[in-house]
Design a binder for this molecule. Structure first.
Ligand code: GLN
Ligand code: ZN
Length: 757
């Protein structure tokens, strides 16, 4: 059995690509130097994969920012507002990714969205009626040739035609089906070019096939591939799916002239069942995703072998693969120097997953698989009892009843009580929580962590930053203040550190978007609150101002979704354990005089199952209650805010209302405030602060621009329910753009307020 991976992390073991790109953005290095850094990462990863014995080594899984954006450039689907800036090719690309504000113009970035059910974000391609899709770029060919020059004939990886057309946003009257001919022609030409270069296998990533598909979708998919595969020459094509199963299009997929089909046997609930009932075409290779590409636990070979044995009954041509691209796991355990061996031996990052594939290959090739050294070692590891059990927590979770999830009095009554209490002006202004994490903040935290400065010096520093942050917000004139979140590195790790049951990695970075990476903590055991988490900072902050100070917490669903979860208990059980802990903190904040508490659920929608039929049972039925439990114990006059980012939550809008928060702020600016119509149609009850500008871009929004956003909001939502705020936390921004942006925001809100009076 050969082995394959769908893609490898591209940021480099120590995030070299991030640092090089950011230097390039600051004009500290040239484009050539950036390219050199990127090439070094690619060469290193290539050599590593070759050495591991991997049979199908991917290329073009590298990207400077995002693979979907790369595909848009490859296919000429780039809005004129970027190409007309007159920038270099690389800078045009970065302008689309990050926005551009400079002597050549002022444009916002493309919209960004979550990649299926992951915490990776892709750039949404824009297609308008004038777009002409054609093969316009050379990157996949260049990277194939680059690897070939290093002695490896790779398997180029490209986002497939169907997925690309499904992910794009159509600005004009045309839709995906109007672009079938052009798109198919572009992909055909791509295959021909690869054939000319000597490529053997090409992988088209088609994760959209695991979503619910309508008859039109299936038609779109088959029309595209009937054309693309019609004369593919001597290259072999894999339809690679992941994040689920292909139950809606299984027949069509198998009937098309693909040479290989990649299926996910980890998240694909029905993958095995589909093969058992339909069989698998004899003329195709099955790329079987049996090694989890999303989690960091060591593969359980016994479980993998069960799947493989079952598959062998239906096909003889199997390639062992990962369930999805390894983009979603950190690079290597080699840099985890602090983590105890007792934990580490249970982990497998990308590099270790390569050796798992090699071991599985060896095991499956052996005459007595269960006797192999590799199998035995793995079986022994998985039979070890797990530490970290907490019976008290388990009992509390088991004892929860329906009333525990209901906050009283009901929303309208609370809204009245709170309006009376806070007496905020119309269009109250606030921010989402974090203020810029400047170099000073980061270096001081680093010094504290390495023991260079004492606890008291560090705490003194944080208090100083809080005081500065409050003075700044008062000067700018914001209505509801925040303490700035200087004590945190990110919104999950900090809480994890105050909770028992969590463990932490040192270098387990995973790309979130562009140059941004996250380092998810690991849920190891049962969770409980070890100590108050934010109380001292919020209390201190409130003591410095008469304005309301928002307490700032992360919600249970987000904490869980942004962690590497356990696989030995259910996600629901883990979420409720975390909810118990966050509720204790909420009540503690309230008892300490904090009158507004924001519980961020930035990642609530992230793990919503990709198929609608799984939404309730598999997700909403426990995530929404977990959030409700966090705040159901507060007084009516305590105002609960929540925040969500990057979500398309139109389809779960009622569930969001049902979280029963008093106020919700969310990302809206990049999606052109389209969510407002949905709020209006659904008579959304919760007060709302749709983000009036995009904090993911360094550009400063003008007062007029924000005014326009407020006016749009006003048209659809009663003024008394509206808040004015940026679309997410400001931690990734610098003070240089944050201060003028917030001044413009406050002035725009004041102007709107005056006009309304
Ligand atoms: N309160 C958090 C912050 O401002 C929210 C971050 C997020 O939504 N990702 O940083
Ligand atoms: Zn956010």
């Amino acid at each position: 059995m050969n082995t394959s991976i769908i893609g490898y992390p591209r940021i480099g073991n120590l995030r070299e690509l991030k640092f090089a790109s950011e230097k390039y953005f600051r004009s500290e290095i040239t484009a050539d130097e950036l390219e050199k850094a990127a090439k070094e990462i690619r060469s290193y990863d290539l050599a590593l994969q070759k050495k591991s014995g991997l049979d199908f080594i991917p290329s073009n899984d590298f990207s400077y920012y995002d693979g979907v954006l790369d595909t848009a450039f490859l296919l000429n689907a780039v809005p004129a507002r970027y190409t007309s800036l007159g920038l270099s090719e690389l800078d045009t690309y970065f302008a689309a990714a990050r926005g551009y504000q400079g002597e050549k113009g002022d444009v916002k970035a493309l919209a960004m969205k979550k990649w299926y059910n992951t915490n990776y974000h892709y750039m949404v391609p824009e297609i308008d009626d004038d777009t002409v899709i054609r093969l316009a770029g050379t990157k996949p060919f260049d990277l194939f040739s680059e690897a070939l020059a290093e002695g490896v004939k790779t398997k180029p990886v490209i986002i497939g035609a169907y997925t690309f057309l499904k992910l794009a946003r159509y600005k004009g009257s045309k839709t995906a089906s109007d672009f079938i001919e052009q798109t198919a022609a572009a992909y055909s030409e791509l295959l021909k070019k690869f054939s000319g270069l000597g490529a053997e296998w090409i992988q088209f990533d088609e994760p959209s096939l695991v979503k619910d598909m309508t008859a039109d979708d299936i038609q779109l998919f088959t029309s595209l591939y009937e054309k693309i595969l019609a004369d593919k020459g001597d290259v072999k094509v894999i339809a690679q799916t992941y994040f689920g199963d292909v139950r809606d299009c299984c027949k069509e997929l198998c009937a098309l002239d693909f040479d290989g089909i990649g299926l996910d046997f980890v998240e694909g609930k029905k993958s095995l069942e589909l093969i058992k009932s339909n069989g698998f075409p004899k003329d195709k290779v099955l790329f079987a995703g049996v090694v989890n590409g999303k989690n960091i636990w060591r593969n359980n070979y016994a479980a993998a072998l069960l799947i493989i044995d079952e598959l062998k009954k239906h096909t003889s041509d199997i390639v062992l693969s990962t369930s999805c691209s390894l983009l979603h796991v950190p690079c290597t355990l080699a840099n985890e120097t602090k983590l105890a061996e007792s934990y580490k031996k249970h982990f497998a990052y990308a590099e270790e997953k390569l050796s798992e594939l090699a071991e599985l290959k060896k095991i499956t090739e052996s005459n007595s698989p269960l006797e192999t050294e590799e199998y035995r070692r793995n079986a022994a590891l998985h039979s070890e009892p797990r530490s970290g059990r907490n019976d008290a927590v388990r009992e509390k979770v088991a004892a929860l009843t329906e009333n525990d999830f209901i906050r009283l009095p009901a929303f309208a009554e609370r809204e009245r009580i709170q309006k009376e209490r806070f007496k905020l002006p119309l269009f109250p202004t606030t921010t989402i929580g974090s203020f810029p994490q400047t170099a000073e903040v980061k270096s001081t935290r680093k010094a504290f962590r390495s023991g260079e400065i004492s606890v008291s010096d560090y705490e003194f520093f944080i208090e100083k930053k809080i005081a500065e942050c409050i003075a700044l917000q008062e000067e700018i004139g914001l209505d509801v203040l925040v303490h700035g979140e200087f004590e945190r590195n990110d919104m999950v790790e900090y809480f994890g550190e105050c909770l028992d049951g969590y463990i932490f990695t040192e270098k387990a970075w995973v790309q979130s978007y562009g140059t941004r990476c996250v380092k998810p903590p690991v849920v190891w055991g049962d969770i409980s609150r070890a100590k108050p988490m934010t109380v001292r900072w919020s209390k201190y902050a409130q003591s410095l101002t008469d304005k309301p100070m928002k307490g700032m917490l992360t919600g249970p669903v987000t904490i869980l979704n942004w962690s590497f979860p356990r696989e030995d208990i259910s996600l629901k059980e883990s979420a409720l354990q975390i909810a118990l802990a966050i509720r204790e903190e909420v009540l503690d904040l309230e008892a300490n005089g904090i009158s507004i508490i924001q519980v961020d659920e930035a990642a609530l929608r992230e793990k919503l199952p990709l198929r609608k039929s799984d939404w309730r049972d598999d997700y909403l039925d426990w995530t929404i209650p977990a959030f409700r439990y966090v705040h159901s114990g507060v007084k009516p006059e305590t105002q609960i805010h929540t925040h969500m980012c990057y979500s398309e939550f139109a389809d779960i809008i009622r569930d969001i209302d049902d979280m029963d928060a008093d106020v919700i702020t969310f990302e809206a600016s990049r999606s052109d405030l389209t969510i407002l119509d949905v709020l209006k149609e659904n008579n959304f009850r919760t007060e709302v602060g749709p983000g009036v500008y995009d904090i993911h871009s360094p550009r400063v929004p003008s007062k007029e621009e924000i005014r326009t956003a407020i006016d749009k909001m006003k048209e659809r939502i009663p003024a008394e329910k509206l808040w004015v705020n940026p679309d997410c936390g400001l931690k990734t921004r610098g003070n240089a753009e944050t201060v003028p942006s917030l001044i413009n925001l406050v002035n725009a809100a004041r102007e709107a307020r005056n006009e309304n009076c």
